[in-house]
Design a protein. Structure first.
Length: 76
């Protein structure tokens, strides 16, 4: 059966701590609200492609590092 990739736990809080940047500062630099960053961390919202690229640049990581990537198998 084909496998699929899913966004798992957000690594944004951890990456912010490592880089010495607050989540509020990340939000400001991305042009989003702190509430939006909270929702991303809770998996209630997702970064757009452009936001993910910019967040990765700010946090000095790759876009795929922003979340744990979960591999699942589809059942049909």
């Amino acid at each position: 059966m084909p496998s699929s990739l899913h966004l798992g736990e957000s690594r944004v809080p951890e990456l912010c701590r490592k880089r010495g940047i607050t989540q509020a500062e990340l939000a400001r630099r991305l042009g989003v609200t702190r509430q939006f960053i909270y929702k991303v961390n809770q998996r209630l919202a997702n970064f757009s492609f452009e936001q993910a690229i910019n967040a990765a640049y700010i946090l000095d990581c790759r876009a795929e590092d922003l979340h744990v990537i979960e591999i699942g198998t589809r059942t049909e």
